[in-house]
Design a protein around this ligand. Structure first.
Ligand code: 6R9
Length: 647
């Protein structure tokens, strides 16, 4: 790397930011040396019903495995995100909603209005019998009611489980059943890129396979025609008219569950990541304020979907806990054209924008004119999340979008971590395109080699582990605490293993290199290869399938599927299309394979294990160097695979 690739902290940021280099060094040092007092001090930023006296109490050792934070504290998340701002900021805009259709009117909710909406929603849930600890599944488009629904659950102590609106009925049914959720909140339809998404129809199809489900609360979003099942389905607007806007927040222990969010792992079954109340909220609030240098009054836009953890932590909980103004956008970044995202910035005078590299790459391809015809003068800071950002996209974001004015905050974190883990702080760290730079307060990253040896010194490369617990850490996997331990703590005893590869350069800055397990990252969305394989083999003509990721210009990674058909079935393009459509229907559009190669045989070891390394190389087009194939049961299959590569 040359010096040209280092972007020093701009003078005004070094001077005015909440955290400069010296403050970072001092606070980071104290967060590791004296975590108890550091975190009890930080916890004061929340409004507690009973303030905690215990900070972290945890052990990653198998014998004594436990994780808790502030376990003697009592609070309510919705009260922290709403009620406590009412005294001084009742009229501050809490939520701005930008509709899919640019000609439609945006909606704005002040803290007073948002508070009233959430209380009403909470009372509707109560009227339907929802109680503290019950699971409520949320399958919603990006409309304000999705935010109301999450905060309403938090207010009464119900555990929300949001399922991304792009998931199929089967995926939805599986998630409802796994957490035994009796209530589903959905909408008639969603709007995206001028099209309608049939959420209620999907929910109806899911309900047929989700016996736990008893009630469906349906928000009227488009007014589209939907079937309502008497006794089960309730229109939200009708139920809301019958309840009051007064709903006292439920006192919750800091360790009571706040939500479950299903995410992909290396097995076929998605994992129900569970986050709790106090530590999670503190983590969202603190990281949002420090990494984005957020100041109340600034319009902040996280362009994620509420169905992913980024939407939970950085559209809803972090910004609202900080009394901020959060923008929620219903549509797509490139609709009606590639200017939309920048037009929204101008329209609402967005100062902080947080989006994913995949969106940037797609927009970059359309040409700079779409950016340059907008002002973007309001922008002060730009964030990136979801996948490694390639230096080319980083520079485009920095130079073209931000006109060199705005620091790029590349935040590495995971559903499991609750919030940012490794990220530059805009006033403290020089930036390098593609590097997530330094650990946040309290985070002790360690790079471990395949044998579990911690790599001290720089540079270093290996698997990214975290040595100490932090308040935002997930607490368990819903219904399977043993699997929680096995997935994250068994590989490298004493450490949380992230599943990501990582490099630390000679300056001590961190570079995330991508997943090292069987998870691929498609357009910033996590997808388990095993999930796609399970969907493929469900098809009656498919005997076997193996799925790997391959580099994709826009999506970061694409999905490459090797499919062995049943004997006698003819392999043709029609069947290719049918199988792609099948996966789409089974899981959702994000799981649609980009390439399907029909393979008479898969490369297996003598013990029957598929050698994915070889499949990855072939998918990447790197067929000259397949490595050692002598352990294969039938080395001949490789020749056929190479000869019939797709793409
Ligand atoms: C927040 C979120 C987590 C996985 C993670 C990693 C990848 C996320 C990244 C990044 C490089 C970044 N990832 N942010 N890789 N640089 N800034 O995306 O959560 O959906 O659980 O995905 O995404 O591979 O392990 P989640």
């Amino acid at each position: 790397m040359t010096d040209a690739d280092i972007y020093p902290v701009p003078t005004n940021w070094a001077k005015d930011a909440r955290v400069d280099a010296e403050t970072y060094a001092q606070m980071y040092g104290r967060s590791l040396a004296d975590p108890g007092s550091f975190w009890l001090e930080q916890a004061k930023r929340l409004d507690w019903i009973k303030r905690p006296e215990i900070a972290g109490d945890w052990s990653f050792d198998e014998q004594d495995f436990h994780i808790s934070w502030f376990r003697d504290g009592v609070l309510n998340v919705a009260a922290n995100c709403l009620d406590r701002h009412l005294e001084k900021n009742a009229d501050t805009v809490a939520l701005i909603w930008e509709p899919d259709d640019p000609a439609a009117e945006p909606r704005r909710f002040t803290y007073a209005q948002l508070h009233a909406e959430v209380c009403r929603f909470a009372n509707v849930l109560k009227a339907e019998g929802v109680r503290k600890g019950d699971r409520v599944t949320v399958y919603m488009p990006m409309i304000p009611e999705a935010t109301f629904a999450l905060l309403a659950c938090a207010r009464i102590g119900a555990i929300h489980s949001v399922v991304f609106g792009g998931f199929s009925p089967d995926a939805l049914a599986g998630r409802i059943t796994d957490c035994d959720s009796s209530v589903l909140i959905t909408a008639d339809e969603g709007r995206r890129g001028g099209k309608r998404v049939a959420l209620k129809a999907n929910a109806d199809a899911a309900a047929d396979h989700a016996p736990a489900l008893q009630k469906m609360i349906v928000v009227k979003a488009t007014g589209g025609d939907v079937a309502m099942q008497p006794g089960r389905d309730i229109w939200y607007h009708e139920a809301a008219a019958a309840v009051s806007a007064d709903c006292p927040p439920e006192p919750m222990n800091a360790e009571d569950p706040l939500f479950i969010l299903y995410t992909s792992g290396s097995t076929g079954k998605p994992k129900g990541v569970l986050h709790t109340t106090g530590g999670y909220l503190l983590w969202c609030a603190l990281t949002h304020e420090v990494a984005f240098d957020y100041r109340p009054g600034q319009v902040y836009w996280c362009a994620a979907d509420i169905g992913w953890v980024t939407g939970h932590s950085y559209i809803v909980y972090g910004p609202l806990a900080n009394g901020g103004t959060t923008l929620m956008y219903e549509g797509l970044p490139n609709w009606p054209d590639a200017s939309r995202i920048w037009q929204v910035c101008d329209r609402h005078q967005v100062e902080i924008l947080y989006t994913a590299p995949t969106a940037l790459r797609a927009l970059m391809r359309e040409g700079d004119e779409f950016v340059q015809k907008t002002s973007r003068k309001s922008l002060k800071l730009l964030g990136s999340v979801g996948e490694p950002i390639n230096p080319e996209a980083w520079r485009w974001y920095h130079d073209v979008v931000g006109e060199g004015r705005c620091p790029i905050v590349d935040t590495w974190w995971q559903t499991e971590t609750g919030g940012h883990m490794i990220t530059p702080l805009p006033g403290a760290h020089a930036l390098k395109p593609g590097s997530a730079i330094r650990p946040f307060f309290g985070i002790d990253p360690q790079i471990v080699d395949a044998d579990g040896i911690v790599q001290t010194g720089n540079p270093a490369e290996g698997n990214l582990c975290i040595a100490k617990s932090w308040p935002g850490q997930m607490r368990t996997m819903w219904g399977d605490h043993e699997r929680f331990f096995q997935t994250y703590f068994a590989t490298y005893p004493g450490y949380y293993f992230s599943g990501d590869g990582c490099r630390r350069d000679t300056d001590g800055d961190y570079w995330i290199t991508g997943r090292v397990d069987d998870v691929i990252n498609v357009s910033g969305h996590r997808m388990g290869t095993a999930e796609v394989e399970s969907a493929l083999v469900l098809h009656p003509l498919v005997a076997e399938a193996a799925v790997v990721g391959f580099p994709h210009d826009i999506k970061g990674q694409g999905i490459y599927a090797y499919v062995t058909l049943n004997v006698g079935v003819t392999a043709d393009d029609d069947l290719r299309r049918t199988l792609a459509q099948w996966v789409r229907k089974e899981i959702g559009p994000i799981a649609t394979p980009d390439a399907i190669q029909f393979a008479p045989g898969l490369p297996k070891t003598r013990s029957g294990k598929i050698m994915r390394r070889i499949l990855r190389k072939i998918a990447e087009g790197d067929t000259t160097n397949l490595g050692d194939i002598s352990t294969l049961a039938d080395p001949g299959v490789v020749e056929d695979l190479v000869a019939n590569r797709v793409g």
